[in-house]
Design a binder for this molecule. Structure first.
Ligand code: ATP
Ligand code: MG
Length: 237
């Protein structure tokens, strides 16, 4: 299954954060998961590793590496209160601008589909974009995780209505129960999609980077854990 994380043209909604957390969680559950970073400055791969080493996704799109040769196997020790558990996952990191053409991104999705036998799930971490080329590649994936923040829910949802054609799982990230913005955003999403996964604003996610990463899963609020489990089951279901 190929899953994309997008918020269309809105940046900073938490796409990379959620893609990383879900990759690590699926890795813990011994799923064969591949995370692909499409960020030009390195998004999720820079959360996983400070300086990810090549080959990068851009090398695949430039044609200097095959997709298969660019996939690295990574293993990270995660610390919980009394235990350490290893999460194994595959990743294609990226640093540097991508040669984005329709043919390149279509090629990526077609080549990924050929790996179905070897992988359980592929997560594509998109950057914020305005380009139709990105949108049409998102529409070729099996599920679209639309990550929305409370303060921009209205504009993102009206754009999504026009642009997104595939199966959308809407996620309202950084949800704050006491905030009217959050509650209104939840209503906007529900009226469009009849469902909405709310991920609370969580300090452990706000502080997440390559140094804190091993401690993040063990320090999430119970509510955040529950909502992530819910999201993972919607993705896998
Ligand atoms: N649920 C959350 N609670 C608190 N902070 C969060 C949460 N989710 C994400 N963040 C924070 O929001 C910021 C933006 O997150 P992230 O980089 O994942 O967004 P993005 O959508 O991938 O951004 P870009 O569009 O630049 O790729 C980061 O500082 C991250 O730590
Ligand atoms: Mg990102």
């Amino acid at each position: 299954m190929i899953v994309s994380f997008t918020s269309l043209s809105k940046g900073g909604t938490g796409k990379s954060t959620l893609a990383v957390i879900i990759t690590l969680s699926l890795g813990l559950a011994e799923k064969r998961v591949l995370l692909i970073d499409l960020g030009e400055e390195g998004s999720s791969s820079r959360i996983m590793l400070k300086n990810p080493s090549p080959p990068y996704l851009r090398n695949v799109l430039e044609g200097t590496y095959s997709l298969v040769d660019s996939i690295g196997l990574y293993s990270l020790s995660l610390f919980f209160k009394r235990r350490t558990i290893r999460s194994e996952f595959y990743m294609i990191p990226n640093v540097g601008s991508l040669p984005i053409l329709n043919s390149n991104l279509n090629y990526l999705i077609i080549e990924l589909a050929k790996l179905r036998e070897y992988l359980d799930i592929v997560l594509l971490d998109y950057p914020a974009f305005q380009d139709d080329v990105y949108a049409s590649s998102v529409n070729r994936t099996d599920k679209i995780i639309l990550v929305v923040e409370p303060n921009s829910a209205h504009s993102v949802i009206s754009l999504a209505r026009k642009v997104l054609k595939g199966e959308v799982i809407p996620v309202l990230n950084k949800y704050i129960k006491a905030s009217t913005f959050s509650r209104n955003a939840y209503d906007i999403i529900l009226s469009e999609y009849n469902e909405c996964v709310r991920i609370p604003f969580d300090p452990a996610l706000a502080l997440m980077n390559h140094r804190t990463l091993p401690y993040v899963l063990g320090n999430l609020k119970k509510e955040t854990q529950d909502s992530l489990i819910n999201l993972i089951s919607m993705i896998s279901g």
